[in-house]
Design a protein around this ligand. Sequence first.
Ligand SMILES: *Cc1c(COP(=O)(O)O)cnc(C)c1O
Length: 374
Amino acid sequence: MTSKSVQLRVPFSYLDRQFADLEPYLKDIEALAKTGVFTLGEPVGVFEEKFAAASNMPYAIGLSSGTDALILAMQAAGIGPGDEVISTPFTFIATVASIAMVGAKPVLVDSDEEYTLDPSKIEAVITKKTKAILPVHYTGRPADMKRIVAIAKRHNLKIIEDGCQAVQATRDGQPVGSWSEAAAISFHPLKNFNVWGDGGAILTPNKAFAERVKLLRNHGLLTRDKVTVFSRNARLHSLQAVIGTRLLEKLDGITQRRIELAAVYDRAFADLKGSLDHPKREPSIKEVYHLYILRAKNRDGLLQYLHAEGVDAKIHYPIPVHLQEGARYLGYKEGDFPFAEADCKRIISLPLHQHLADEEQAYTIDCVRAFYKK
Ligand SMILES: *Cc1c(COP(=O)(O)O)cnc(C)c1O
């Protein structure tokens, strides 16, 4: 595409901007190194307490990644071989893969207008083997948990939430993790709240469940010498806990900034309905915009145009999970989940992160508007 001179480069990711103020983090790491507490111990305990408080939940358990948080949460809920777990193909691959990783069978239902699991499609796929529902709070927008909880109660199913994109999100005033056995959270470098590598946690309202996950993340060791269940090492690194504890001071601000930026985008595109659409913004939903996703007319044209203008828009994701090669053994085919498939062809993610400058957002808006006004 022939392009005017690019006026600004707007990156999608912000990692090089995030730690402009490195000094306090390095001081904390130095202090940790002097203690020699490199596995669990006080640094992880302190972080867990503060992260739980920041999430408005009773218990947080620090783990090695969001994926391990999903896996350990399912294992702690007693899900394993022979069980079926209901989830959605409109998500990051780890949601569905983690069901397979505990030995269970992923059973998928379509997504809906809100980018999340469509509750009206759940009951049709429940069988005698169904053990749990795994809704995803995709983009940082909590799924319709009132309806999902009602279905789970009716059929005696457990719920595990994939909250990897939804730190500090709420729906009807309730925090992520509060509707279920536990929510999995990711601290991957590109998530809203992150550490310097991989990390994750579960949030749970249930003390016994938290204790069970604590066992599972540490070889099933009840004490140094006593093992109650075989498991593995899925601990949050103490060093990452120290970094997380420092960054937690900024979490409320991060969440606020993302919400503000999303509102600016929403207003800027309000007159382009039909060309650019998004789920209805409900006052009862606190969406934290891990991703700012629009449904765009001529999405591929828009994407190409934005790239030519220096705006690093992305697609999350172009291929729904059920059409991935890794999912072939499940037997799904094109046409099985029309809403998710249609969304994968029309969605676009605009740069939105806590370090996005106002002028970068204004430039992005100008470029998007210019495309549709051509
Ligand atoms: C990031 C993500 C995960 C996995 O988290 P990791 O920390 O990268 O393992 C799982 N589910 C969703 C929806 C995610 O966005």
